[in-house]
Design a protein around this ligand. Structure first.
Ligand SMILES: [Zn+2]
Length: 79
């Protein structure tokens, strides 16, 4: 049943999708935690193509995420 909303688009599903992206952006989750170099969107705001996050922004987030998670692991091991 969950896949039905993908097959049959509805205004409610559209609104839910928009709201999900807006919430993620507001709380700077995931790729929204970094600014976008492609469409110049600052951190915490949506990309110009509302429901899609630019590829470069995702890449920047993944790079930053690796740097963030790698350091505690190394520190924990050194103790
Ligand atoms: Zn963008």
């Amino acid at each position: 049943m969950a896949a039905l909303s993908v097959v049959i688009p509805s205004p409610a599903a559209d609104a839910a999708h928009d709201a999900a992206h807006e919430t993620l952006a507001r709380f700077r989750h995931g790729a929204y935690s970094v600014p976008c170099d492609t469409c110049r969107a600052p951190a915490g705001t949506l990309c110009r193509s509302r429901r899609a996050v630019c590829t470069q922004r995702r890449a920047a987030y993944r790079e930053r995420q690796q740097a963030v998670t790698l350091v505690p692991l190394l520190v924990g091991r050194a103790r």
